[in-house]
Design a protein around this ligand. Structure first.
Ligand SMILES: N[C@@H](CCC(=O)N[C@@H](CS)C(=O)NCC(=O)O)C(=O)O
Length: 201
């Protein structure tokens, strides 16, 4: 199995953490969606990371579709996203919130990095960053500091997506220590676990 993408991408790292949490052996090709666009396009015509090439040669794209496949294949009766019901909805809600926060954080970063300086519209960047912080603040309010994980008393895709979104927020200069301290404490705790630690970029 081959994971295509760099772990500084929150979407790629989400998949890498999920593979490690399921103890699945894989190789990784550290390609960036921008710097290695032509090579990435051989796996994903859209030119985005991550992609996961299965042993059969089939290639999966988009982190949500990839982790869905990993749940189905390796999750047994305790998949990282529960298969049905209220528990599934709760995990998917947090995952959607956190992936949306990543989308908005990257829109802000792309605007800054791919727009000529005189054309940068700072209010747009501020608005994206505010959406990121609002999503993280909503999650911060759900964190029980005494609990090891966000939901169900065990590691779920909610924790993994929260971890990568909080990491991205810090990467784009948002002060999660001050503004979402419970979420920050959770991600520090998660970083002590091998799937998180071993995927540090
Ligand atoms: N919804 C996708 C988003 C993937 C994505 O936006 N990846 C970024 C890297 S962080 C990328 O490849 N960007 C290059 C581009 O959009 O051209 C997922 O969950 O996998």
């Amino acid at each position: 199995m081959l994971l295509i993408g760099v772990n500084r991408s929150p979407y790629t790292r989400r998949v890498a953490i999920t593979l490690k949490a399921y103890d699945v052996a894989f190789e990784q090709r550290d390609l960036s969606g921008f710097a290695n666009r032509a090579e990435v396009r051989t796996s994903n015509p859209l030119g985005r990371i991550p992609a996961l090439v299965l042993g059969s040669g089939e290639t999966l794209i988009d982190s949500s579709a990839i982790v869905d496949h990993l749940d189905e294949t390796y999750g047994g009766d305790r998949p990282l996203t529960p298969a049905t019901g209220a528990e599934r909805r709760a995990v998917l809600r947090i995952a959607a919130l956190m992936m949306g926060a990543c989308d908005k954080g990257l829109q802000a970063a792309y605007t800054r990095n791919h727009t000529p300086p005189e054309k940068i519209h700072q209010p747009w960047i501020d608005d994206c960053n505010a959406q990121v912080m609002n999503a993280l603040a909503a999650l911060d309010a759900m964190v029980d500091p005494a609990a090891p994980y966000l939901l169900l008393g065990r590691l779920t895709q909610a924790d993994i997506t929260a971890f990568v979104a909080e990491r991205l927020a810090r990467g784009i200069g948002l002060d999660t220590d001050a503004r979402t301290p419970r979420l920050r404490a959770l991600t520090k705790k998660l970083l002590e676990e091998p799937p998180f630690r071993s995927t540090e970029p």
